[in-house]
Design a protein around this ligand. Structure first.
Ligand SMILES: [Zn+2]
Length: 119
């Protein structure tokens, strides 16, 4: 497998995620410093912070997955599903280079998550 190609994609993604995390942090601290003028402003401000926080946690989660993928690249296990050990389809890696799962296991995990959320 041409890991160099995926390494480039992963490094570019890591740069992008770090930049958006920095921007979100700046945004969060700026809204935190803003003076509270009236209750409407306060509600709007706290809603914005919650959204930024949620977005930030998605970004940092993806960043972690990218870092893990880079580590797997170093130990030679990159491109194999961490659940079943089979090779992940190249088209899938092309779309999500940091994925640790094959499509089948991803679907199983997604199903589990949805079920957990409804219960
Ligand atoms: Zn699998």
């Amino acid at each position: 497998m041409n890991t160099e190609h995926f390494k480039k994609l992963l490094l570019a993604k890591r740069r992008e995620l770090r930049a958006s995390l920095a921007a979100l942090e700046e945004e969060a601290s700026a809204s935190g410093d803003a003076e509270v003028r009236d209750s409407t402003d306060a509600a709007t401000a706290s809603q914005g912070t919650a959204e930024a926080f949620e977005e930030g946690s998605i970004v940092s989660q993806t960043l972690e997955e990218v870092q893990d993928a880079l580590r797997r690249m170093e130990d030679g296990s990159y491109g194999k599903c961490t659940v079943c050990g089979r090779e992940i389809a190249p088209a899938r890696l092309e779309a999500i280079p940091w994925t640790p799962y094959c499509l089948e296991d991803q679907e199983k995990l997604d199903a589990k998550t949805v079920q957990g959320a409804t219960l």
